[in-house]
Ligand binder design. Sequence first.
Ligand SMILES: Cc1ncc(COP(=O)(O)O)c(C=O)c1O
Length: 454
Amino acid sequence: MTLPSEVCENNLMDSRVPRSMELYRRAGERIAGKTHLFGRRAELQALGVSPIYSDRQKDGHIYDVDGHDYVDFNMGAGAVFLGHAYPPVVEAVQQQAARGTGLTINHPLELEAADVLHEIVPCAEMVRFCKGGGEADMIAIRIARAATGRSKVLFCGYHGWHDWYIAANLTAGTPLDSHLLPGITPLGVPKELAGTTIPFEYNNLASLEAALEANSGEVACVILEAARSFQPQPGYLEGVRDLTHRHGALLIFDEVVTGFRFARGGAQEYYGVVPDLATFAKCISNGFALGAVCGKREVMSVATESFISSVYWAEATGLAAGKATLEIYRDQDICQAVWQFGESFMRQCGQLIEQTGVPMKLAGLPCSPLLALEGVAPEHRDALITLYMQETAKRGLVGGPSHFFCYTHTEADLRCALRAIGGAFLLIRRALDEGDIVKHLECPVRQSGFRRMV
Ligand SMILES: Cc1ncc(COP(=O)(O)O)c(C=O)c1O
């Protein structure tokens, strides 16, 4: 089988995306780690077929450097909820950029953006801004440790790249294999952090209770996404909240993905369970750099005593984007429109699954459904996903198997995407019937991607 590096170096001219491939080859020489987001590594897609670089995005589309136009069902890993380059947000950023970025003294936008968050998000009595999701999680963990005087963190799911989180893999059994992805080494994370970050299993209260009891009196906080692709069992989130509080710890919802997408007030509004702290990024500013920690006053107040500080956190173009975006969420029912689009997608994609008999099912909520493989042997999974990515890319669709929709996706986008998916399903059906998936690949089998257990 062709190795990814061979495709990159030898088959440039054969590639469907030669300019992307050339840029990626150069990135291997100049950009440490090749890409700035793990999920954008080309080896996770259909290498040589999927687009790798895009220098223009608009509404529900991206345009790659090789001149192809795609319906975008990834939407910046879920960061863009209104649509790429959404005019009111772009104008707010342009106007603010022309007035300065506000780094010498404090900017009134800090309060204006925080006030809108307070209006929308149930737990947001106080707010602290930053620039991204992992950073927001790090700040929330610091605040929880400062407020409780304890060190240990119990977690479920993915929460960024910082030491506190990757430290989980300093413990035998590499727990991140089932929360993030297999093979993450804690290289560069101080070994002294071993045992400070402990996993528990989603939708299993006994697993959380056991971890809380085994570390009684030492747990500062419990952090999880309220839901992702699987729904919480009835009473689960209430149980997590009550157990956490009974053990004197704080509950943090990571709302980096669920925020403003599950409901205007995030998963905490959708499920009716209010955490002590919640972290936001992505949809908060529709593609510009902003993150936030929100929480109850008595907890958030300790931020005054702990040293939590950075020049760029209140940088004014990010805040302008955040304020403009949040005001749109406050004043218009964006969720309802996106959910309706998602329901249409799920219904029609479900029909395609039935008609073609591919071993897949749709999971998750209509705002961000997952096309999950069903009954496929582990050794065939990546080949099958690669074939799906290859065939959908060739037909003008990026995104999937997990999907993020936006407010400016149109009926025409949906039709185009379903045509692409239908075409991919037909070829997958044929490959499965022939018992040979790899035969139909025009690229190497992709490397395994995220495996979030939420
Ligand atoms: C649930 C969750 N938390 C945290 C993060 C990290 O956010 P960022 O990449 O902005 O640091 C992500 C990113 O995908 C996420 O999905």
